[in-house]
Ligand binder design. Sequence first.
Ligand SMILES: [Zn+2]
Length: 210
Amino acid sequence: MLTGESPALPRTGDETLPPSTQPMRVVIPFVAGGLAPETRALGEQVNAEFVDVGGSDTAYFELVRRLWAREGFLLVEQDVVPPVAIIEEMSACERDWCCGPYPQLQMLKSREGEPRGRLRLVLDIGLGATRFSDDLLRREADAMERAWAISTRHWSVLDLVLMREVLMKERGHLPHIHVGHEVRHLRVEAAYFPLEPRLDYHHRHWARSR
Ligand SMILES: [Zn+2]
């Protein structure tokens, strides 16, 4: 269930990002009406910075580009709810790039790559619960400039371009996957549950075929 944030939400100005006073900078990009109350509560618990990226389709790219030029940071997307334990674990981790996998919807495609109109639930990594270290940002200082240069800069392609194209394929990095925590993805949970009646269809089909 997603509802609008209250006016009391602490916001970081979109144009300035002062040095973080927290052990690990936790940033939650959001758009008006999209911030889940559970994510907001988590963010307040870990002193996250909430950044409004609703101004344009490229604002998420611009935010991460600015963050990339500073110190290490941990991103939590507006409808993802990692438990505090995984935030603490990733914050203390010595690896360069950490991810907490969470449920995502994947479109099933034919052999030819055509969408088949069905979605399946997968556990995958994404920017929704991800940490980048100081060291990675120093060593791959131009990674966001590269992502910026080779993409449309639309928010929907940021994790694909930055994580898969630049960090994995071009630079050879692999994320450190933090398992053993339930990282929820509320939008996906809400979208997937209506598909449950399909189970009933298959059951009836199976019963008829006997
Ligand atoms: Zn790690």
